[in-house]
Design a protein around this ligand. Structure first.
Ligand code: MRU
Length: 365
């Protein structure tokens, strides 16, 4: 994707393979800053502080973090220690575990001296695969948007929550891939971008990347979605996911569930876009089996923005000492999801359809 006309990915290896460079998402949209990640600690810091965020990008960063850790020491205990440290960096997105398992199993049988180079190559392959998966998600979702346009005979209004865009992946995004493909093929559309309090990934990141690509959008406050749906001003909802259970319950950024409820109440189709790396086949009940990250209350009580003089500042929103709760994700039950837009096509949100689409043994419950 492009920033000021120049092609970027969210994360890329340096030409001399000494480190990876990532767009620092905590500085967007007001400053474009990249950060070098040169060791395990740098990777963990970038994930924890959300300089890199979004389920697939967290996985890709962790894969490179593991490769960088193995340069220092690559015996079995060092491999395990780095794996565990990275796994603990953020709990909800299962892509993290998937990428770490992938790298670990690619190197575990190799002689210690070969492990770091093999892990680096595997991390690169994970990034390339992510781009390909998202393009397939785009191809699967494009007909959905095009069909809506044909039926409505006007611009399609698509609501999205948080940032499941190219910044959350290596390129294309998940929820945004069908949107970019539809826009690029001439389908008139507008994206309604939930601001996504408390960290405002929608207002800061989704608005930024859609604007850079020239996709029409409007930022809305998180509370506006239900009202707009009642008035027929939302034709489709597409969101991303951080972890999807075998029966189709989907964890995504806090507030997603409320949008799914409003969509169902108003007959608006609600789709979750995700690659196979976001499915967790080991669990079924999203409400009890997905760990929901609790983040600092300061994300609720304070907010950062650009002042009129151009400086970026952080200000308090609440009375001094206000208590705050900050669950970072919620779970949308499968019953509220009209379908998954995946790299295997559009799949119904139930255990049987998902098992068939992904070639898994069906689960019993
Ligand atoms: O806390 P974040 O910003 O990492 O949360 C991101 C989301 O919830 C995204 O919607 C999800 O990871 C899908 S990204 C393709």
């Amino acid at each position: 994707m492009k920033i000021d006309g120049r092609r970027y990915r969210s994360l890329w290896p340096l030409a001399d393979a000494s480190a990876v460079e990532a767009i620092d998402q905590t500085a967007l949209p007001h400053q474009f800053v990249t950060r070098r990640i040169a060791d395990l600690e740098g990777a963990i810091e970038a994930i924890r502080t959300m300089r890199v965020r979004g389920a697939p990008l967290i996985g890709a960063t962790a894969a490179y973090g593991l490769a960088l850790a193995l340069r220092r020491s690559a015996d079995d205990s060092a491999l395990q220690a780095a794996y565990r440290a990275l796994l603990a960096s953020r709990p909800t997105a299962v892509n993290l575990r998937h990428a770490l398992d992938d790298v670990r199993s690619a190197v575990a049988a190799l002689p210690v001296a070969q492990r770091a180079a093999a892990a680096w190559a595997r991390a690169g392959a994970i990034c390339e695969e992510d781009v390909a998966l998202n393009q397939r998600i785009g191809d699967a979702g494009l007909p959905l948007i095009a069909a809506l346009h044909r039926r409505l005979g006007r611009r399609v209004n698509i609501l999205t929550h948080c940032n499941a865009g190219w910044l959350a992946t290596i390129d294309w995004g998940t929820a945004t891939a069908p949107i970019y493909k539809a826009h690029d093929s001439g389908v008139p559309l507008r994206v309604l971008v939930d601001e996504t309090r408390p960290r405002n990934q929608g207002a800061a990141l989704t608005a930024f990347e859609l604007g850079q690509h020239g996709v029409p959008y409007a930022v809305i406050v998180d509370n506006a979605g239900g009202h707009l749906m009642q008035r027929g001003e939302v034709d489709l909802v597409i969101v991303g996911a951080d972890r999807i259970t075998a029966r189709g319950d989907a964890a995504n950024k806090i507030g997603t569930y409320l949008k799914a409820l409003a969509a169902r109440a108003n007959g608006v189709p609600f789709y979750v876009a995700a690659p196979y790396t976001t499915f967790d086949w080991t669990i079924q009940d999203g409400l009890t089996e997905i760990e929901i990250e609790e983040r600092s209350g300061e994300e609720v009580t304070h907010i950062a923005g650009r002042l009129d003089d151009g400086r970026v500042a952080r200000v308090a929103l609440t009375p001094d000492g206000a208590a705050a709760l900050n669950p970072a994700f919620d779970v949308t039950p499968a019953e509220l999801i009209d379908g998954f837009i995946t790299d295997r096509g559009i799949v119904a949100a139930n255990a049987k359809a998902l098992a068939e689409a992904f070639g898994r043994a069906p689960i019993s419950a």
